[in-house]
Write a protein that binds this ligand. Structure first.
Ligand code: DAT
Ligand code: MG
Length: 142
């Protein structure tokens, strides 16, 4: 059956708070397979490419700044409809609105920077997933 791939990031706040294992646990508990896992502090140019769709928005600069502020854990996960499935595990972008049971709903903190510091990233479409996997793991291309 179809084995889709997605690009997941544990953001600097998630790494700093020691939530990497919790995120990986939820990915694996759902039945997705880890294809690649790597911790690194991303350079700004990589992050600007990763978030290119948001260039020019008011939150773009603080977002890139935050994402470059410390190590992230980049993950490629694979499984049936994993793109939609991980977005569902992550919950709504704003942790205040994210449902309990989701990563952002359970673990996101209610402080003013919470929308930017929302623990995880997950690709939002097959096109985004392949584009983002190419950015973070160039050797994993098809
Ligand atoms: P998502 O990460 O749920 O796909 P997105 O692609 O719309 O959300 O935005 C990318 C990231 O940018 C998001 O995880 C957090 C940040 N962000 C989005 N909207 C924001 C806002 N209104 N204020 C501050 N940060 C925001
Ligand atoms: Mg997005």
């Amino acid at each position: 059956f179809e084995q889709e791939r997605t690009l997941i990031l544990v953001k600097p706040d998630g790494v700093e708070r020691g939530l990497t294992g919790e995120v990986v646990r939820r990915i694996e508990a759902k039945g997705y397979r880890l294809v690649a896992v790597e911790m690194r502090t991303a350079p700004r140019d990589l992050l600007e490419l990763h978030y290119a769709e948001h260039a020019g928005k008011s939150f773009f600069e603080p977002l890139v700044e935050f994402m470059a502020s410390g190590p992230v854990v980049a993950i490629v996960a694979q499984g049936d409809r994993v793109i939609e499935g991980f977005r569902s595990l992550a919950g709504a972008t704003d942790p205040t609105k994210a449902a309990p049971g989701t990563i952002r709903g359970d673990l996101g903190r209610a402080w003013p920077t919470a929308v930017t510091q929302n623990i995880v990233h997950g690709s939002d479409s097959p096109e985004s997933a392949e584009r983002e996997i190419g950015i973070w793991f160039p050797l994993l291309g098809e």
